[in-house]
Write a protein that binds this ligand. Sequence first.
Ligand code: SAM
Ligand code: DTB
Ligand code: SF4
Length: 347
Amino acid sequence: MADTAIRHDWSRAEVAALFALPFNELLHRAHTVHRQHHDPNAVQVSTLLSIKTGGCPEDCAYCPQAARYDTGVAAQKLMEIDDVLHRARAAKAAGASRFCMGAAWRGPKDRDIPKVAAIVRAVKDLGLETCATLGLLGDGHAQALKDAGLDYYNHNIDTAPEFYGEIIHTREYQDRLVTLEQVRDAGLKTCCGGIVGMGETREQRAGLLQALANLPEHPQSVPINQLVPVPGTPLGDAEPLDPFEFVRAIAVARILMPLSIVRLSAGRQQMDDAVQALCFFAGAGSIFYGEKLLTTGNPDVAADRALFRRLDLHPLEVVESAGTVHADIGDNGNADCGHGCGCSAAA
Ligand code: SAM
Ligand code: DTB
Ligand code: SF4
């Protein structure tokens, strides 16, 4: 029987030992944990939108939105609320139950918060779960977002503490922990994960997952991103990770944080369907759905609908206090609005 105790005291050696298990043994253990707490055939469906793109002052080595790298991503202002709402309606019509909004900021300024809060409130009123990822938060920001109806705040620790300094120099690992604490203290749900495939060792991948599992609370949502190598960034020609190593990372995350929803996040466009199927078996219970992540590509909705059909997966229904959000990513027969989402909302 797999050990599914909720622990926050994982040692590096224990996590490394999970990574080192024979592949089938690891997947068996992870799937066993998964079935104890989750419907193995349900996948939570989130759609991402970059509400403020590019021009970011930070130096994250993986990121196409950092102003200092020549990646072809143009800096834009914060989107207007009506434009965000159009995209949120389209995401809902296509079957997403959560709408995640990203901003290429080091962190929001005080004057940005009322604008983002208004966007969050309007998206929430559509009957979607809301998530925002805006960078490091200042005093009162988390509470203002919570009051506006924000459900989740995404802030990733990105990699192992000892590898972090090779990837980001403009903010400290500790800064991230402070923002995560503010998020928890405001009563927001935490979405926190990282990226694998940035040239880290397996030991360091274990370090990322150990750090996530040893946070004061397990993040309710754990996005595991495979690096999307973007030309112009320092990691633009990073060596691709062995796909089975990515599956191992999903499986280990599943075992360490049994109640969390592990998201198979960035990198699906570069991933074989069979590898995605292994990730679902290993315990991934969420995806980003829609033609785009923030600035890079994601499988198109037709491909994901076909994948769900082929694997007999169904979207997770989210029970909200205001009622159940019924997700359905089947073809709704609507005319296409031009975003590849299958909705008929006016462009
Ligand atoms: N600026 C905010 C921040 O850094 O917290 C929010 C947006 S930032 C783009 C959100 C997350 O996207 C990053 O923490 C990182 O984990 C992920 N990400 C960015 N670029 C990526 C890439 N090329 N491949 C995989 N994940 C990436
Ligand atoms: C997360 O962990 N991954 C998402 C979301 N949280 C914000 C972002 C992935 C970004 C991939 C690169 C891009 O599209 O710009
Ligand atoms: Fe800026 Fe966030 Fe990209 Fe880092 S990951 S460069 S903070 S947008």
